[in-house]
Design a protein around this ligand. Sequence first.
Ligand code: VG1
Ligand code: CO
Length: 544
Amino acid sequence: MNIQTISTTPFDDQKPGTSGLRKKVAVFERNHYLENFVQAIFNTLGDCRGKTLVLGGDGRYLNRQAIQIILKMAAAHGFATVLVGQGGLLSTPAASCIIRRYQAYGGIILSASHNPGGPEGDFGLKYNASNGGPAPEQLTEAFYARSRNLTEYRIARADDVDLDILGEQRIGEMTLRIIDPVDDYARLMQELFDFDRIRALFQSGRFTMRFDAMHAITGPYAKRILEEQLGAPSGTVMNGVPLEDFGGGHPDPNLVHAHDLAELMYGPSALSFGAASDGDGDRNMVMGREFFVTPSDSLAVLAANAHHLPGYRAGLAGVARSMPTSRAADRVAGHLGIESFETPTGWKFFGNLLDAGRITLCGEESFGTGSNHVREKDGLWAVLFWINLLAEKRTSVAEIVREHWRRFGRDYYTRHDYEALDAAIGQQIMDRLVGQLERLPGQSFGNYKVVSADDFSYRDPVDNSYTEHQGIRLFFENDSRIVFRLSGTGTEGATLRIYIERFEPDPENHGFDPQDALKEAIDVAEALCKVKALSGRSRPDVIT
Ligand code: VG1
Ligand code: CO
């Protein structure tokens, strides 16, 4: 095999964020940019001879070109086999599933998740380890360190391969296997859920649903599983063809960006169930008839009901949630007498707990839910979980959630995002909050009296690794909490996320809109961080 060694100079911005390296497409298109980062990963991994790599992405602009480059670099680095999803496609959870099933050494997933795609949009690359999960921080830090002193990268001189033909090809000594992106994942779903019961629900004719794939990666997965295997009527999957620019949309499953779906959920002909997933298929939004399920509630409901489903009959080892996620799941864990954990934002922090068998379910407020079946959050899995639950309980989404609140109390919850702020303003807001931390306890803002305040840090209970500066938490006397943090996935300026919640035990008070129920707390948050005053914005860009 003819391997070329190409001289290069380092870039100083290849620091992975919450979920891999994410940049504007134009940045990834800079000469050697992608190659440098891939070489930094391979240098960190060391000797890869004889090993297997999994490779695929969400189909966004640059996906195919990047795959051709990475394949040639993998060949130059000595990988024995690379498994690639047909057409270069793999959802994030499917990649995780495939790494585990084939005992691969690791995988590279190309995606910028819910960020827009196309030439003007974003691109991203993340490395997952042998457990199928996102590289832990020690590893991503090592990639960054390597990227800063690269002088060359190695790449095989070879023709581009055809990514659309299933089966084996060779690049030099390396075997390239193009596999069906859906098969292994669909098989895993069959092991976890009661497909017969779900099929019966669709056949009953009483259940109507749509799944909005948002022209992103889950289209082929949802069509195969929902329509072909479970007998949902064709057309159940909307926007099911993955497009390089997601049809110009923002593949982010929330009420703002999945509005086509949201509209079908209201009015006289509203559907019984609606769901959507994001660019790379790891997020989920779940709705019932005229009812939106807050992701934090979804995690709690799944935890409380998991024992009804085949894959989880044995019960749960424990549950974990990211810090900004509401405390609803903790209440369920307390009730079940199992462990609960609060981790920093990002799925990589769940990996050790899952590997050690300490937790079975985990989730984030950002439309992410998952279990020990893979090591990523999994959008379609969460949707199937809900459908299986509905098939089991023969009731509505709204009734399941309301019943949950009656039992455990309701954690009113909202997140307000101020996107693409001037980076200096974002930093100023966080610095000011940190500066106030010591003085805040004891201070009152209207009915809100601060009990404690901190800058969240986390010591991993499995490997003892330590992570700091994961967001500012304020706890109030009336069982409310406000969290401030800066996004680690944005590619423009700074995005401030404000997470606001209040616990309401009394079922008489469970019927309010969260924006009304949290009105005062939302004002307290502004008084504390002054984002509107400092940025001149009059409202958040996205409210979830
Ligand atoms: C966001 C979410 C976080 C999630 C991350 C990756 O990160 O808040 O919960 O894990 O996206 O999800 P941040 O740093 O922007 O708040 V995905 O679907 O983009 O891989
Ligand atoms: Co995603």
